[in-house]
Design a protein. Structure first.
Length: 91
């Protein structure tokens, strides 16, 4: 990826996901089978243009456009830990 990852100045912070740039799953969706789920990194662009490396556990779906997520720890290199905070209508 040619764009630079954003290093956040303060955590926690809420962001709204605009698009998925890279996902740990081929189709950007968490598999139904537990055996196929895995921890890994998802790269997203926020509504305000930040490129964020998010570390997602196997129970989390990749963050989707329109989701509001709360980044609660981690770093730009290994990935920020996050949780779903809310969804905008239609997402």
């Amino acid at each position: 990826m040619s764009e630079e990852l954003t290093k956040l100045d303060s955590i926690p912070v809420r962001i709204k996901v605009k698009e998925i740039l890279s996902s740990r799953y081929n189709n950007n969706k968490r598999p139904l089978s537990w055996d196929e789920r895995k921890d890994g990194n998802d790269i997203v662009r926020s509504e305000d243009g930040r490129i964020l490396n998010l570390f997602s556990n196997g129970q989390q779906s990749p963050p989707q456009p329109g989701w509001v997520i709360l980044i609660k720890g981690g770093d730009a290199d290994k990935g920020y830990n996050w949780t779903l905070y809310g969804m905008t209508p239609g997402s």
